[in-house]
Design a protein around this ligand. Structure first.
Ligand code: TPP
Ligand code: MG
Length: 379
């Protein structure tokens, strides 16, 4: 008998020891914890999930292309993570409140964002292009982990309202090391706040591999805070849907928080400013390509005789139409005066903001007007 708790699993390699309902080959397998949550998912529902994931991948491809063409300042690709995002987000009710990170394009899509909502902030035109209260989704958080605190605070508000809503935060494997995330878990547990922590373990925090900061699967941390957790295949949309339904049910019943670690992979760069070939092997990326989340749903649907050329073409056409709308929103954006970037950041003016405005104004004035430059060159 020992009282020492010892980490026994390698978080990077233990990808086969996770809950899943769909194998990488698209075979539907049983799971005692997950099956009961997706009994209602028939072929039509599976086709909807497939369609969602294809549309999200198409938005993502368009985002990268627009950035490469100079139309967006930055884009954080989510390719590979579509099942995690769609599976969990499709389990939500419209009146739940979501606190996503910058990479949750698919979650924002599932919440009801319009085409322009995907690009105007990344173009630097708006702080947020959707109204958070219209789609019950906060602006996409860039401060790593901060949204977990926001979600727990919101969840404590839900408790005071006495409703059965839930507040959900999405964050990454890297964020799980952040103080904010750990503090959020302490508060959520202490107050039994109706919240779900969705940790997307995409194996990388920019160039930092998950194994450096997690010597044990991340899902294993939550029970230490008194929070039940589940580690699921994040490339399995059915498993993600099931796990999220379990976690939301837990919150709605008044049992407090739950934690999901969705094990997936960031197929692209961290952002369009990053070059991942400098720090990771091609073979690793290729091995994850064989676990593609969309391909495995297609394989299942084909095996069931529910996927034909007409369906595939219809989804592809919908995806192209949506991408065209996203592109049109970016290209048609009206660029505002640079100084307006400071508008609407705070409800009230304050000295710090005045200082920044003065500094930025002087900086902008430092650029020679175009005409003067031409005269100078003619000299
Ligand atoms: C508080 C804070 N520290 C550092 C950064 C810089 N930063 C941006 S993304 C990132 C890595 C996040 O990795 P992870 O949580 O795994 O999310 P992923 O990017 O993989 O989705 C860091 C350190 C930041 N935005 N905020
Ligand atoms: Mg990560």
């Amino acid at each position: 008998m020992t009282h020492t708790l010892t980490p026994t699993a390698d978080p990077a390699t233990e990808i086969d020891d996770i809950a899943r309902l769909l194998t990488p080959a698209g075979e539907r397998i049983a799971d005692p914890d997950l099956d009961r949550w997706v009994k209602d998912v028939d072929a039509a529902a599976l086709r909807d999930l497939y369609r969602d994931m294809v549309l999200v991948r198409r938005i993502d491809t368009e985002g990268v292309a627009l950035q490469r063409q100079g139309q967006l300042a930055l884009w954080p690709p989510c390719q590979g993570q579509e099942a995690t995002q769609i599976g969990t987000a499709r389990a939500l009710r419209a009146d739940d409140f979501v606190f996503p990170s910058y990479r949750e394009t698919g979650v924002v899509y599932a919440r009801g964002a319009r085409p322009a909502d995907f690009v105007l902030a990344w173009r630097g035109e708006e702080h947020s292009t959707y109204n958070p209260y219209e789609i019950n989704t906060a602006t996409q958080q860039i401060i790593i982990g901060a949204q977990t605190l926001h979600a727990v605070g919101y969840a404590m508000g839900i408790q005071r309202d006495g409703t059965d809503q839930a507040a959900v935060s999405y964050f990454g494997d890297g964020a799980s090391s952040q103080g904010d995330v750990n503090e959020a878990m302490v508060f959520a547990s202490s107050f039994r706040a109706p919240t779900v922590f969705v940790c997307t373990n995409n194996h990388w925090a920019i160039s930092e591999p998950v194994a450096v900061q997690a010597k044990f699967p991340i899902a294993g941390r939550a029970p230490g805070f008194g929070i039940p957790s589940m580690r699921v295949d994040g490339n399995d949309v059915l498993a993600c849907l099931a796990a999220m339904r379990w976690a939301l049910d837990n919150a709605r019943r008044g049992n407090g928080p739950a934690f999901i670690e969705a094990v997936t992979y960031r197929m692209g760069p961290h952002t369009t400013s990053d070059d991942p070939t400098r720090y990771r092997d091609k073979e690793e990326v290729e091995s994850w390509r064989r676990r593609d989340p969309i391909a495995r749903v297609e394989a299942l649907l084909r095996a069931e005789g529910e996927f034909d050329d007409a369906f595939e073409a219809a989804v592809a056409a919908d995806a192209d139409a949506l991408a065209a709308e996203v592109r049109a929103a970016a290209m048609g954006a009206v660029t505002r005066e640079p100084l307006t970037v400071l508008d609407n950041v705070y409800a009230e003016p304050h000295a710090g903001l005045d200082e920044q405005r003065a500094w930025f104004g002087a900086y902008l004035d430092g650029f020679a007007p175009a005409e003067a430059a031409t005269v100078g060159e003619a000299r």
